[in-house]
Design a protein around this ligand. Structure first.
Ligand code: G1P
Length: 302
């Protein structure tokens, strides 16, 4: 079994972000901040910390801000230096130095599988990572970043790998759900997948989360895929076909997922992330405490 380093990571970022309108009328949803960094920054950092040097964004209309964010901004750096803030200048410069960035357009919103297929010209030739940036994932101290946990399984066993999490029966209709055989604790060989099965129709409670290491064979399968759930070309369906001829593993990853895909979950993620930071925890506690006090809500609205 030969495995190769996984050095490319694809980010599908063409989605319109309708759930966050009007905030996303002029900015991409991937640029919404989680505390002090846009969502996309966390995903790219995870890919880079997992060993990826090439980041491929599959973008669409209105996503220029992502390109600008990862581009060098000499003018801003100079202004910061002139204002005596060299540490900020270094910080913004480091963003553009994280990796090599490439951009491919997805001109029609034909689904996640189609978005991955659009990235083929930049990813062909080897196994590659995929990160869905709505899911921000932080590994516990001492553990590899989540994408790297998948890459480690690929290096140990070969084949493709997806991240899994157990979800409740009511939640299966939001995710790709697998059936599989447990090979070892927390590791499944996937035998089937269903995209967003209704409660009661799901083959298990094991849901695919937004991290993948994929075989280059996925591109031919995507090209020949017909539309699936929601009338879109589904990545899940192509991975299912892949599992017939090549191993596809699912791992219960170690880490905390911050779902930033809806207003409610983004708010939860923001609070949870703030609570992890020594400099912000007290502020959250103070605000929540003031709401819990009699008259607290009035005090907030005045
Ligand atoms: C996509 C995938 C789904 C996966 C989910 C993880 O769905 O199609 O299989 O479980 O991401 O977040 P989406 O959230 O884009 O509808």
């Amino acid at each position: 079994m030969t495995t190769y380093p996984v050095t490319k990571c694809l980010f599908p970022v063409a989605g319109m972000g309708t759930r966050f309108l009007p905030a996303t009328k002029e900015i991409p949803k991937e640029m919404l901040p989680l505390i002090d960094r846009p969502l996309i920054h966390y995903g790219v950092e995870e890919a880079v910390d997992s060993g990826c040097k090439d980041i491929v964004f599959v973008t669409g209309r209105g996503k220029r801000a992502i390109e600008d964010y990862f581009d060098r901004s000499m003018e801003l750096e100079q202004i910061l230096i002139d204002k005596g803030k060299p540490e900020y200048a270094r910080m913004v410069r480091r963003i553009s130095e994280m990796a090599e960035f490439a951009y491919v357009r997805q001109s029609e919103p034909l689904g996640l599988g189609h978005a991955v297929l659009c990235g083929e010209s930049c990813c062909r030739g080897g196994y590659f990572g995929v990160i869905l940036p709505d899911d921000v994932m932080l590994a516990p101290p001492g553990f590899s970043p989540v994408l790297k946990q998948l890459i480690e399984v690929h290096h140990r066993l070969g084949g493709s790998v997806v991240a899994l999490e157990e979800v409740s029966p009511e939640e299966t209709s939001r995710y790709g759900i697998i059936s599989g055989e447990m090979e070892e604790e927390g590791l499944y060989r996937i035998t089937d997948l269903m995209e967003k099965p209704a409660p009661g129709k799901a083959p298990s409670g094991l849901a695919v989360m937004g991290r993948y290491v994929l075989s280059p064979s996925i591109f031919d399968l995507l090209r020949n895929s017909s539309t699936g759930s929601g009338g879109e070309i589904q990545l899940t369906d192509a991975i299912r076909s892949l599992s017939v001829n090549e191993p596809v593993w699912g791992i219960m990853y170690r880490g905390k997922r911050f779902d930033c895909g809806t207003n409610e979950s983004w708010l939860r993620a923001t609070i949870a992330m703030a609570m992890r930071r020594d400099d912000l925890r007290k502020i959250v506690m103070e605000e929540v405490g003031s709401l819990a006090c009699p008259g607290g809500i009035n005090a907030m609205t005045n």
